[in-house]
Write a protein that binds this ligand. Structure first.
Ligand SMILES: [Fe+2]
Length: 248
């Protein structure tokens, strides 16, 4: 590795001994084959993981959907698939740490059952959750409160993607002030989803409200867009935040 490399912003060289703020840990992705809307086959999984490795990701905590109506995954299913993928990584000489947690869909069923469930968390008690994209669940504040008082650190997956928040940035602040951790998707900053989502992502970046970023990779075109995004100033700005990705 070269001892010096170009500073992205001004072209001046800087010492390689400066803190490396590359995206070491990715903890939002759908890389276990055939159990949600992400990778369909083991070959898909390997292709996507190779791309993450190329980007400099050292550790993956993949997060299949758990959504009673659409993806009724269990910890047993997820652990079994993880072993399958890890075996394939060894067979393909891919050296990357891989674990699994989950992305929990907050619905009435989850609210009624979470206290008796074996929830898959990361870094001890961080719990990744999502909601319907269009409608604000009437129980949102209550379930966040219930999860927090049950000892979980609530990580809200891609808050910039919910329609019900896009016209009400004050709601971001209310959630943030209540201790909800925001995980933004790298793709959101590129405009991949929509201009409104890009705008919201940049608002959260500007206001330093992002605790962590994630790839949320479902398929290879996601991974490739992120590879290009990692060459941009926006990505450099993100890496200046005190992200949990660099400490997990
Ligand atoms: Fe996701």
């Amino acid at each position: 590795m070269n001892l010096r490399f170009l500073n992205f912003f001004n072209g001046k060289p800087k010492l390689a001994s400066e803190p490396d703020r590359s995206h070491w840990v990715d903890f939002h992705s759908h890389l276990l084959p055939g159990i949600d809307d992400g990778c369909k086959t083991i070959e898909d999984s390997i292709e996507n993981i190779r791309e993450l490795q190329y980007q400099g990701v050292k550790r993956i905590i993949t997060t299949p959907h758990i959504f009673k109506e659409l993806y009724p995954n269990t910890p047993e299913i997820i652990r079994e698939k993880l072993i399958h993928v890890k075996t394939a990584l060894i067979q393909n000489n891919i050296s990357i740490e891989m674990e699994a947690a989950a992305e929990y869909y907050l619905d009435e069923w989850f609210c009624q059952n979470f206290q008796t469930m074996d929830l898959l968390t990361f870094k001890g008690n961080h719990l990744l959750v999502e909601t319907n994209y269009m409608d604000r669940p009437h129980f949102l504040e209550q379930i966040f409160f219930d999860l927090q008082t049950s000892g979980y650190k609530v990580v809200f997956a891609h808050p910039e993607r919910y329609n019900y928040l896009l016209n009400n940035y004050d709601a971001f602040h209310k959630l943030y002030d209540n201790g909800i951790l925001f995980q933004c998707n790298l793709l959101s900053f590129t405009g991949y989803y929509s201009p409104q989502i890009k705008k919201a992502a940049h608002y959260l970046l500007k206001n330093k409200m992002i605790s962590m970023v994630g790839s949320d990779i479902h398929r290879i075109n996601h991974a490739r867009v992120i590879t290009e995004f990692k060459k941009t100033k926006d990505y450099q700005a993100l890496m200046k935040l005190n992200l949990l990705n660099n400490s997990l």
